[in-house]
Design a protein around this ligand. Structure first.
Ligand code: F6P
Length: 322
């Protein structure tokens, strides 16, 4: 193998640049001595032939940056046979022999199609803040996103406590409550509303009333996106408890920012494994972590694995938030 390409796809996540850097530097500086091409805007750029040569210097000064220097996109065309065939033609034209895809489940499905249809060597690195992939304990960007939410909780708590107000904080995660639970536990939230657990509003109302009797009216409620809107929840809680509430939807703040140490280290380890796999001719595998060890799993198997929600963490967070 002489030449590989790397792309980022789907929602960006902090640590993607550290992963691109890892792929480029390890592929070109290790014994493999590969040429590396960067693809702009994910699969969309692959279809359009937006590739350019990268070297160690192309990734200087990027390890600490959020977002992705390669840019990203959600590409519907790559879900069609014509789109995948066009991308394959581009890869052949550039004499690319292996592809590293950094993205979430949608990006991995695209990678699987490319492997299945054209037997093209691909490997994946899990880049998404959502932590919603079943085969890996963590995804790249999750740690940073949780720390961003945590820092927001800290600030919001200061002002809510001063005014005796409660606050509903809406966080991202698509269908996964991990950002809400990890940030809730670490930030001492009083309640977390997540898709994986039944939500009883009357219980929450009771809890808030009890907290008022204990002298506290500044509860922090973390709401995972997609459950209900923070405004709707606020109105119901305000009507039934009489407590003054405020809301904040953290939104894209969670997707940006300088990656944490954990995400940078994870990015480097994933990048090295991804390049090693391509060099060893092991295609169609996605890299992840289990019990702090780097693992790789066949992409089809990985996509079938259901994400298990950590109910114990939720239980601990709920008990400690009383
Ligand atoms: O997958 C990452 C994520 O930020 C989700 O948490 C969120 O639901 C979604 O992407 C938002 O997507 P978009 O960038 O298309 O608005």
């Amino acid at each position: 193998m002489k030449r590989i390409a790397v792309l980022t796809s789907g929602g960006d996540a902090p640590g993607m640049n550290a992963a691109i850097r890892g792929v480029v530097r390890y592929a070109s500086n290790s014994d493999a001595k590969l040429d590396v091409y960067g693809v702009q805007r994910g699969y969309e750029g692959l279809i359009k032939g937006k590739l350019s040569r990268m070297d160690g210097r192309s990734v200087s000064d990027t390890i600490h940056r959020g977002g992705t220097i390669l840019k990203t996109a959600r590409c519907m065309e790559f879900t069609t046979d014509a789109g995948i065939e066009q991308a394959f033609k581009v890869l052949k034209a550039y004499e690319i022999e292996g592809l590293v895809v950094i993205g979430g489940d949608g990006s991995f499905r695209g990678m699987k199609d490319l492997r299945d249809k054209f037997n093209f060597p691909c490997v994946g690195i899990p880049g998404t803040i959502d932590n919603d992939l079943g085969y890996t304990d963590f995804t790249l960007g999750f740690d940073t996103a949780v720390n961003t939410v945590l820092s927001a909780i800290n600030n919001i708590r200061d002002t809510m406590t001063s005014h005796d107000r409660a606050c509903v904080i809406e966080v991202m995660g698509r269908n996964c409550g991990d950002i809400a639970v990890y940030a809730g536990l670490a930030g001492g939230a009083e309640a977390m509303v997540v898709p994986e657990m039944p939500f009883d509003i009357d219980e929450l109302i009771e809890k808030m009333r009890r907290n008022v009797l204990k002298g506290k009216a500044s509860d922090i409620i973390i709401l995972a996106e997609g459950m209900t809107s923070c405004e709707t929840l606020k109105k119901e809680l305000e009507d039934k408890t009489g407590i003054t509430l405020r809301t904040i939807k953290l939104g894209y703040i969670q997707r940006g920012g300088t990656p944490t140490m954990a995400d940078r280290i994870f990015a480097a380890r994933c990048a090295v494994r991804a390049v090693d796999l391509l060099v060893q001719g092991k295609s169609g595998r996605v890299v992840g972590s289990k019990d702090n060890k780097i693992i790789d799993v066949e992409v089809g198997e990985a996509l079938k694995m259901k994400k298990t929600f950590d109910k114990d963490l939720y239980r601990i967070a709920t008990i400690l938030g009383q």
